[in-house]
Design a protein around this ligand. Sequence first.
Ligand SMILES: Nc1nc2c(ncn2[C@@H]2O[C@H](COP(=O)(O)OP(=O)(O)OP(=O)(O)O)[C@@H](O)[C@H]2O)c(=O)[nH]1
Ligand SMILES: [Mg+2]
Length: 260
Amino acid sequence: MEMLAIPVHRSRQTKLKPHSLSRILVCIATYNEKTNIEKLISDIHIELPTADVLVIDDNSPDGTGELVDELSKKDSRIHIFHRPRKLGLGTAILEAMRFAIREKYHYLINMDADFSHSPRYLKNLIKGMKKNDIMIGSRYIVGGGTKNWPFTRKAISKSVNIFVRLFLKIPARDCSGGFRCYSVPKLEKAKIEEVKSLGYSFHQEVLHRCYCSGAKIGETPILFENRKQGKSKVNFHEAVRSLTALVILGIKSMGRKNIV
Ligand SMILES: Nc1nc2c(ncn2[C@@H]2O[C@H](COP(=O)(O)OP(=O)(O)OP(=O)(O)O)[C@@H](O)[C@H]2O)c(=O)[nH]1
Ligand SMILES: [Mg+2]
């Protein structure tokens, strides 16, 4: 299995101030999301004005990183990590998790850049954290759903969730979506550094680690809308890589609950 040692080009990061007052970090991994990112950050700040936003950009050829550089110069709540090339969604989020732990945020929210995860649900995620250690923006509970998603995507997503419930025994309906709020101390307890997934299966693996380390999981309904702008980064290679990682995780976890 590959290990997660990702070199981050610190020299190109914006200066980060101590965050004794800021409690919420919203992280967004980006690869070619220039048409979405500015409006998304602005909408996030309408919902959560005190939240910091961290973009992890993998040297997007469309100039997403440069745009966020400019935004971060004008707004101290906006930060960016530049990575040298496309290194996978999982490692990008892990980078944000490390940062949230280091900077002692209370909550880390992860969302996609393409408006599939609407900022209008952010407050519900935070509300749910009173009683839970992780809140999932869920497509598969009452009130949730998907819009304009092709049948094949729905079928794959549903199958992944059935697999996760059967083999990983995580008590949640939507274990594959990336719209989540985490308690940062719980992430630290779950030893997320040991997560092996580089790509999309990262979401299931992190949830599994957190669950096995005692985290309480809650869900709030969301309507997931298919991206309107920009291109999907999911391809055949990524799908096979993530499914393989999931099957390996399922086999390894058979018969044991405590992995942490
Ligand atoms: N930094 C980084 N971000 C990535 C990478 N792959 C995907 N992303 C981002 O991860 C988020 C989810 O990717 P999407 O392409 O929207 O994947 P999806 O939602 O499963 O598929 P579509 O909505 O159909 O495009 C988006 O914000 C992407 O820009 C990557 O390798 N590195
Ligand atoms: Mg998407």
